[in-house]
Design a protein around this ligand. Structure first.
Ligand SMILES: Cc1ncc(COP(=O)(O)O)c(C=O)c1O
Length: 413
């Protein structure tokens, strides 16, 4: 295992530190990824020598930073294969991006009795905004079930489509199972049934692990969040087809999103600016741009290949741990570098604490997927998730930590 080495690990200063006297094996990139020097320096550089508010000042500092900020919009558009940077809205994170769609598209376009299809493996961020909408206007949520090995039941999905279906919200890669959902197929099926159905793809986990092309996928909305993509917190992206964004009213009101304000009435800018009220996360956008430039220089295909190699090596090793149950697809071709498991006789949080003592950082809990945990019949799982910097050594440390836990908990584990 230890021979799988990431050539990019050296770019991440934190990964040469120790935890409890052990080398840090950071296996919680699914929650938030570590930051490369390129991102840290880009953000520091702006604050040291290039900072001013944007879109307003006529002086050079403001003009220059406005240009750099707007360049990132183009960088994001190219990164996800959007047709134009006008389809890229900066939000705080994926959560805000989905709330924006629920409020600005859902509220005016849906009515009582209309149906929204979600899946049993959605993150709370792609459930609760729709529930809030349903509470307000009386629309209804239908849920696509999953199969025993953690994939979407596509025939059940087809059976849920009805004349009342208005929107489908689907996670591209499950943060709790690693499942890579066939969103292209889901979108084609929905389009064939009724071209007016809108599809929102939650790309929070997929944009990190694979190359994205929203136009080839034909998603109406696609969201992702900067901090999982090696960028800073406080910045996310909503992609929307321009002709749909044009039909949506502002999400929030305030400065920067208006054309003209009078007490008798206000007119708004065109998308995407209509949806970006107030001073944006300027430094964070620059950081996101640096993160995208960084992963693009490596190449998403190279990142995917590295993570696939790790996944293929670790999966049989993990399965051989006594009492361990791995959730999600058996076939590693159908998942990304996310491993969710329980160990008989040991609570996930106890395992997490023992692993921490071994220098191994994993996530334990429901992973903001409580409905999925209910389907799996567990309260919590342990989740080890990879990044482009993950080495075979990190996975060796995970297995060694689990062996230690096995000894502490007795033969059951
Ligand atoms: C699949 C998925 N969707 C949405 C989110 C929400 O991301 P954020 O908290 O950055 O809005 C996450 C974060 O864990 C996620 O994994």
């Amino acid at each position: 295992m230890s021979k799988i080495i990431s050539p990019w690990r050296k770019d991440f200063p934190i990964l040469s530190t120790t935890m409890h006297g052990k080398p840090l094996a950071f296996l919680d990139s699914g929650a938030s990824a570590q930051k490369p020097r390129a991102v840290i320096e880009a953000m520091g550089g702006v604050m040291e020598a290039g900072y001013a508010n944007i879109h307003r000042g006529l002086y050079a500092l403001s003009q220059n930073l406005t240009a750099s900020f707007e360049e990132v919009r183009g960088t994001v558009a190219r990164f996800i294969g959007a047709g134009s940077e006008k389809e890229i809205i900066f939000t705080r994170n994926s959560t805000e991006a989905i709330n924006l769609v629920a409020k600005s598209w859902g509220r005016p376009h849906l009515k009582a009795g209309d149906e929204i299809i979600l899946t049993a493996m959605e993150h709370h961020a792609n459930i609760v905004p729709w529930q809030l909408l349903c509470d307000q206007i009386g629309c209804v949520i239908k849920v696509v079930p999953i199969t025993a090995d953690g994939q979407l039941d596509l025939s059940a999905f087809e059976a849920l489509l009805s004349k009342k279906t208005r929107l489908i919200g689907v996670v591209h890669v499950s943060n709790a199972l690693g499942t890579h959902n066939p969103v292209e197929k889901i979108i084609q099926t929905a389009r064939a049934y009724n071209p007016a159905i809108k599809i929102l793809v939650d790309g929070s986990q997929s944009a990190v692990h694979m190359r994205i092309n929203v136009r080839a996928m034909d998603a109406d909305f696609f969201v992702f969040t900067g901090h999982k993509l090696y960028g800073p917190t406080g910045i996310g992206v909503l992609y929307g087809k321009y002709e749909i964004l044009e039909t949506m009213p502002p999400y929030q009101g305030g400065g920067d999103m208006i054309e003209r304000v009078r007490f008798s009435g206000t007119t708004y800018k065109e998308p995407p600016f209509r949806f970006e009220a107030g001073t944006p996360a300027i430094v964070e956008v620059i950081g996101l741009g640096a993160a995208i430039d960084y992963v693009s220089a490596i190449g998403m295909d190279a990142i995917a290949a590295h993570e696939k190699a790790l996944l293929e090596h670790i999966t049989p090793v993990l399965r051989s741990v006594n009492g361990l149950r791995l959730y999600g697809p058996e076939d590693t071709a159908k998942k990304a570098g996310i491993l969710s498991f329980t160990v008989e006789g040991a609570h996930a949080s106890d395992l997490g604490m023992i692993l921490d003592q071994c220098g191994v950082a994993v996530r334990t809990g429901h992973h903001c997927c409580m409905p999925l945990m209910e389907v799996l019949g567990v309260e919590a799982t342990v989740r080890a998730s990879f990044g482009l910097y993950t080495n075979g050594d990190d996975l060796d440390a995970l297995i060694a930590g689990l062996e230690k836990a096995r000894m502490l908990f007795g033969s059951g584990t």
